[in-house]
Design a protein around this ligand. Structure first.
Ligand code: GAR
Length: 199
């Protein structure tokens, strides 16, 4: 069976990208292959992680939404990408983009959707909001991406307990370790398998 060609879109440190690379190396991801990493930020450490794993990288800076998305689409087409993974990608994609790839874009979000999600909830802000509200359980969600920010069909979720003395940074790390780095590779394998079986 032909492996699903995957592109990973990133903006920062890339620990979720690293989890995907490790999962590919260990065989957790066996139905897909990461062909390309696209960053909207020059110098993002995620680009170094990709280069260290011999994965092709591209930087596309945000200009107008239309131009930015057109450049990404051109790269995806050039590389015959079948599955797009948003792994710490801090830009919202328009309906013009998402409607081209129904059930072909997945995102990891650091809360249990529908809590603490949507426009304005990204990175540490999500954990600040969870601690501010006083929830006792949070977690991570992997979902398909549609035109509603964090509103697409949920693929996997994992709960993580909040502990006494948590700061946003401590909680972010626990959510990554206990949830994101586990469910993102599993979800990517699940969706890649489905795509590769269809072709
Ligand atoms: C992760 O916690 C990811 O879930 C979150 O940003 C962090 C990126 O870390 N994404 C969002 O908040 C998107 N709404 P990473 O670059 O180390 O993977």
């Amino acid at each position: 069976m032909r492996k699903t060609k995957i592109a990973v879109l990133v903006s920062g440190g890339g620990t979720n990208l690293q989890a995907l690379i490790d999962a590919q190396n260990s065989g957790i991801i066996k139905s897909g292959n990461i062909e390309l990493v696209i960053s909207n930020k020059e110098g993002a450490y995620a680009l170094t992680r990709a280069a260290n794993a011999n994965i092709k990288t591209e930087v596309i800076k945000k200009t107008t939404q239309e131009e930015f998305e057109a450049k990404i689409i051109a790269l995806l087409e050039e590389n015959e990408i079948q599955l797009i993974v948003l792994a710490g990608f801090m830009c919202i994609l328009s309906e013009n983009f998402t409607s081209k790839y129904p059930k072909r874009i997945i995102n990891v979000h650091p809360s249990l959707i529908p809590s603490f999600c949507g426009a304005g909830f990204y990175g540490l802000k999500v954990h600040e909001a969870a601690l501010g509200y006083g929830v006792k359980v949070t977690g991570a969600t992997v979902h398909f991406v549609n035109e509603i920010p964090d509103g697409g069909e949920i693929i996997m979720q994992k709960a993580v307990y909040i502990e006494e003395g948590d700061t946003p940074e401590i909680l972010q790390k626990r959510v990554m370790e206990q949830a994101e780095w586990k469910i993102l590779p599993e979800a990517v394998e699940r969706v890649s398998k489905k795509i590769s079986e269809e072709q």
